[in-house]
Design a protein around this ligand. Structure first.
Ligand SMILES: [Zn+2]
Length: 348
């Protein structure tokens, strides 16, 4: 064992002399003195040496360990000084190296802006599950199983999904939610008592895929329930919000439309920010851009949430988050937002 130790010592000292790179020196140190290092292994075996020889071998081993450690330290200092000397030619006039930094995705930026605007109007942010059941996605929103409105929401059902128990009975099948109205209306209404002002945001899924639709998109949804809420409150809220979000003096107009969970219902448009309302290809010459849907909450939805629809009135509205982001940044193809091409995303 004595010989073995001596040999090892000579070998490592020889190797230390040859090394010119601090990193390699560190590796070598680990190879010999690390927890599983060659020298460490031998030191562990000392306990097996016979009792008479143990003190002698032990002493020698400790000395060798000390010597080797010192040699490593010395070499390290030597290499460091050499490295510092070589960087003496520091030129303070050279421009610095800017570390690469990312930024938020345009959709996240728009989401945060939306939250900010509605928070200033006292809306409370709520979240809900992306895997929704038939009851909350359709039935509670006044869309019974045979309702024709379900054609509009041709969705992704999770029939027989592995690990997901198929719900039956009142709650029905599992599906990927087709709108965030399932969170704001009913799910949250069930838990809270009016008056309430809530906004819900998140990913939604529908079976659409073209220049202005992706199978996954983000939606923003808000409701306000109080005494004496009218359409005028709804229009005022949307007008203020759109002006703040698009950072332009836009007008808002309502067009009568049908959504099962509101009555009366409307689609709302804003003046085209590209042509200022004169008409251009983006707005198809109309001067208006479609933003979303809104209306006064249907009495059946109030009933599903156990609210007294004679005592309380409320409005609801919803729009895609991609749309205002596209209008603001003048993006013509929605799919570009989700292709993760940094050359595109770095512009925003
Ligand atoms: Zn236009």
């Amino acid at each position: 064992m004595k010989e073995q130790l001596e040999q090892l010592k000579n070998k490592v000292l020889e190797e230390i002399k040859k090394i010119q790179d601090p990193k390699l020196l560190g590796n070598l140190e680990k190879e010999y003195l690390g927890r599983k290092g060659k020298l460490t292994k031998i030191l562990r075996k000392i306990k097996d040496v016979s009792a008479e020889l143990r003190p002698v071998v032990g002493k020698l081993a400790n000395e060798i360990k000390k010597d080797v450690s010192a040699a490593f330290q010395e070499a390290e200092i030597k290499l460091k000084t050499r490295y510092q000397n070589s960087s003496e030619f520091f030129d303070p006039t050279l421009p610095g190296i800017v570390p690469p930094s990312g930024h938020l995705h345009p959709i996240t930026q728009m989401l945060e802006r939306i939250w900010e605007v509605f928070r200033s109007m006292n809306y409370d942010l709520v979240l809900g599950p992306e895997i929704e059941n038939d009851y909350y996605n359709f039935q509670a929103l006044n869309v019974p199983p045979d309702h024709p409105a379900r054609d509009m929401h041709d969705t992704f059902y999770l029939k027989g999904a592995r690990g997901v128990k198929r719900e039956r009975g009142k709650y029905g099948d599992l599906l990927l939610r087709t709108h965030t109205s399932s969170i704001s209306q009913v799910r949250t209404m069930e838990k809270r008592k009016p008056p309430i002002r809530i906004m819900a945001t998140g990913k939604c899924y529908r079976r659409d895929d073209d220049i202005s639709h992706t199978p996954m998109f983000h939606q923003f949804d808000g409701i306000a329930i109080d005494h004496n809420i009218t359409f005028a409150d709804l229009k005022g809220t949307l007008h203020y919000a759109m002006r703040e979000l698009l950072e332009e003096e836009v007008k808002v107009r309502f067009r009568i439309s049908y959504f099962p969970f509101v009555e009366p219902g409307a689609e709302f448009d804003v003046t085209c920010t590209i042509c200022g309302g004169r008409g251009c290809p983006t707005c198809k010459g109309t001067g208006w851009l479609e933003m979303g849907g809104c209306g006064i909450i249907h009495p059946n939805v109030m009933k599903a949430a156990k609210y007294d629809s004679k005592k309380w009135k409320g409005f609801a509205f919803g729009f895609g988050v991609e749309r205002p982001a596209m209008v603001k940044h003048r993006i013509s193809d929605i799919r570009a937002l989700f292709e993760n091409d940094l050359r595109f995303l770095n512009q925003f």
